[in-house]
Ligand binder design. Sequence first.
Ligand code: SF4
Length: 252
Amino acid sequence: MKRKIVKKRAAEKPSKTLIGTTANKPAKAAKVAKIVGAGTDPKRVAAILAKLDQAYPEATCELKHENPFQLLISTILSAQCTDVRVNQVTQTLYKKYAGPEAFAYAHPSELEQEIRPTGFFRNKTKSIMGASKGILEKFNGQVPRTMEEILTLPGVARKTGNVVLGTAYGIPSGVVVDTHVIRLSRRLDLTKHEEPKKIELDLMRVIPKNRWIKFSHQLIWHGRRVCIARKPRCIDCNLESICYSKDKTIDS
Ligand code: SF4
């Protein structure tokens, strides 16, 4: 039988990751905590980051790619689809379509069938061909390096922009907010919002900028491996002592 969860706040030392952010700015930290929530105390955020580092030191994007353009296409394909399925499809897709030109002038019905296993294949075909044309016509064949520019490409929203800019170029443009990040950032009291844009703003306030890229990957890894949607594996979770989620499956 599930016992009552006892909430306790663990006293953790602040890590160096917060130096330069709210960790050494109590007034700012108080303001952020007031806006975002009490769970965003810098010491607690530092503890979360340290534990994520401990659990997932090598976390990175699981979409296979050899260049920024391939990552962009894979990210478009990953909407409502697993990375494993996308990687299966792109294994042959990238052999046939070598770059933006090949995708831009593809035969739409042919491309639709090739990406069909990823779902929403008609819309994805339009996005892929439109984005490829945009890259050729406006950006000289190169995936742009700013959020402002990348958002001009069809089918590209902030989530895709953050994945590509962060993983392919190492540019911390924001925090990737996918289904795992939405669920985990709420379970970990890093936001109270449900809308991806508002969640991202909250996370950009409480997570140090130099951690945005890695934090996104680590949270996604944790969401896939431990803090799963239907029944989180709290017994295997190293964040358990500082997690106060009502979804927890064990006492603390
Ligand atoms: S303790 Fe459970 S709910 Fe909290 S982060 Fe870990 S797996 Fe998720």
